[in-house]
Design a protein around this ligand. Structure first.
Ligand code: NDP
Length: 277
């Protein structure tokens, strides 16, 4: 049976084995998917061992996405743009690196949440790994405006400059939080790690245009602090990143197996399990 795994440290909390088992059932694929805990200084060894044992592919999570990028012998354009890899596919002579996070985000927004991105004004908050992975797929949707805002404003400006050649008709910019005052957005994506600590990025009030969606890449039971603050500040709709998690997994699954699972029913069931505690 073909073997796959998610590798990270820590890894016990990972929902990926559950998600991929659901995809395998849904698409009638004979495969096994497990969780591998790699020592913080032992990612390359753990990868080599898994591959030598016949493993066909890995999902890579915190803190190994940059190392995975360095170890891949070939990368997709979106992995090159992100400088990070969350999906590895092994063949005899190649370690292919891909980054499916941004595609998962876009699919969750456009398909699961019915939020078209073309011509819209998008604010992407944060300038870390999640933002890097999201930029190219978001630009591919041709929004009218894509503004990257970060606590450390220079990082946002640098990112906007780096992705300017891929911006096409999109007005791409980078700034600090204060510079956002007075602007309105149709979609605000929180790609900071602030929610993990129960904190909020210090955004100015009034950023949500009529009908706007606030999206927190973090997920969990109930609303995140960001989702609640967005509702309080006038966002019409809020969503967390559980759909992104499921859809990035679907994209990895499609790369490995050549068949695309339907993320929506798996997301609905996972949501039910999480809310039930
Ligand atoms: P990084 O550590 O790479 O980036 C952290 C970013 O958060 C930086 O821009 C940092 O700003 C900012 N930040 C941290 N704390 C605060 C704060 N208190 N106020 C304002 N800004 C803050 O993290 P990642 O990019 O890897 O992950 C970001 C989030 O996305 C996490 O919550 C992660 O769980 C989630 N994620 C979800 C996925 C999904 O499938 N749903 C997939 C990938 C990520 P500064 O530069 O100023 O330090």
């Amino acid at each position: 049976m073909d073997r796959y795994a998610v590798i990270g440290n820590p890894i016990a909390h990972s929902k990926s084995p559950w998600i991929h088992a659901a995809f395998a059932r849904q698409t009638a694929q004979a495969m096994r998917y497990e969780a591998v805990l790699a020592p913080l200084d032992g990612f390359a060894d753990a990868l080599a061992r898994f591959r030598a044992e016949g493993g066909r592919g890995l999902n890579v999570t915190v803190p190994f996405k940059l190392e995975a990028f360095a170890l891949a012998t070939r990368c997709t354009a979106r992995a090159e743009a992100a400088g990070a890899v969350n999906t590895l596919a092994f063949t005899d002579d190649c370690i292919l690196g891909d980054n499916t996070d941004g595609a998962g985000l876009v699919r969750d927004l456009t398909v699961n949440l019915g939020c078209p991105l073309g011509g819209r004004r998008i604010l992407l908050v944060g300038a870390g790994g999640a933002t890097l992975g999201a930029l190219l797929p978001l630009l591919g949707q041709h929004p009218a405006v894509l503004t990257i805002a970060n606590r450390t404003s220079s990082k946002a400006a640098t990112l906007a400059q780096a992705f300017a050649p891929q911006a096409g008709d999109t007005r791409l910019g980078g700034c600090g939080f204060d510079a956002l005052a007075g602007q309105g957005f149709d979609l605000v994506i929180n790609a900071t790690s602030a929610s993990l600590a129960g904190e909020l990025p210090a955004l100015p009030p009034g950023l949500y245009a009529e009908g706007a969606l606030a999206y927190d890449m973090m997920y969990g039971r109930g609303r995140t602090v960001f989702m609640q603050a967005a509702l309080d500040d006038g966002a019409t709709r809020v969503a967390d990143g559980l759909g992104m998690l499921v859809e990035q997994a679907a994209e990895s699954f499609a790369l490995w197996r050549g068949v695309r699972p339907d993320g929506a029913p798996v997301l609905a069931e996972l949501r039910r399990l999480i809310e039930a505690g």
